[in-house]
Design a protein. Structure first.
Length: 310
């Protein structure tokens, strides 16, 4: 990725979070659900984490989940938004405003880095992942969840159709999102050991699409694409968007769905103690023996099945 490529207006991202901070807890249901799903993965990890970084902490949900089990020596929460960071300050934890694109931490600082629904606003995701790997101690763990895939596909379709009908053309009203097919490759490229990327889809159902838009604003997740149309959406375009959303997606019970695809990332700081793949050709046991089948050379046909007896 070109380091000079600026898809997102990071100043606008910060402003939106600053604006959302005072009432964020009234709209954080998605963050609560994903925090539970993301951090449940630690239940399978048989080790403790004494130094923790919550990257993009919002109102401190990760700290609320982990404060009794991790970060005994050091627990740092940081967010791009100073106003949001102030809401995430339980006693005994360090809180600061910091940019995910320029992390202010020394190498080998943390043995656990968690990022909850924040990295989808980063312009240079490969560069940020590299920085995260560098601040991890050897055999330290990185866990992240970010919005990606086909999230808000219903809203995208309704907005695009409304703008095509009423304005000079469609504009980037909903942010471009990461693709699961690229996520694992980005972890590998950043140098993580044992990288894993997987996708989970959630559907939230609303009585009307306007409530979805209010929640997105309340979460600080409205449009911050750099080349977005400046200014407020025209009233006629907004009303047409809401109408199309209901016409095309209203379900039999009268509610409308909003799809969120969540990409989960897991990676470890490289360490000599971790399992290492064998070099090609160094196996000592043949696959046919493990599967208890007869081995045949390439191109050799199997014997035809015998005809059943009379």
């Amino acid at each position: 990725m070109d380091a000079n490529l600026k898809v997102f207006d990071r100043i606008q991202v910060r402003r939106q979070r600053d604006r959302a901070a005072p009432h964020f807890s009234e709209h954080d249901f998605l963050f609560q659900e994903i925090a539970d799903r993301l951090l449940s993965r630690l239940e399978d990890v048989r080790r403790s984490f004494s130094s923790v970084l919550d990257l993009g902490c919002h109102n401190g949900l990760v700290a609320a989940y982990l404060k009794e089990t991790a970060g005994k020596d050091r627990f740092v929460q940081c967010d791009l938004s100073p106003a949001m960071a102030k809401t995430a300050a339980p006693a005994g934890m360090q809180v600061l405003a910091a940019d995910e694109e320029a992390l202010p931490f020394a190498p080998d600082t943390f043995d656990l880095v968690v990022s909850l629904l924040s990295l989808h606003w980063v312009n240079d995701l490969p560069g940020t992942l590299l920085q995260i790997r560098q601040i991890l101690k050897p055999d330290g763990l990185f866990l992240a969840a970010l919005i990606g895939g086909e999230s808000l596909k219903e809203l995208r379709m309704a907005m695009m159709q409304a703008e095509l009908e009423l304005e000079s053309g469609a504009s980037p009203r909903v942010s471009p999102l990461a693709d699961i097919r690229d996520a694992g490759a980005l972890l590998q490229r950043a140098g993580f050991a044992l990288p894993v990327a997987d996708l989970d889809s959630l559907t939230v159902r609303y009585s009307e699409p306007l409530k979805l838009m209010r929640d997105l604003r309340g979460m600080g997740e409205t449009n911050a694409v750099g080349d977005r149309r400046k200014g407020l959406t025209r009233r006629t375009t907004l009303l047409r968007t809401l109408s199309l959303y209901e016409e095309q997606f209203r379900q039999s019970d009268g509610r409308v769905p909003a799809t969120f695809d969540i990409i989960y990332l897991t990676g470890w700081g490289p360490a000599a103690s971790q399992p290492q793949p064998l070099a090609p050709g160094s196996a000592t046991t043949r696959l046919s023996a493990a599967l208890d089948v007869e081995e045949r050379s390439a191109g050799e046909k199997a014997d035809p099945p015998k005809s059943p007896g009379p």
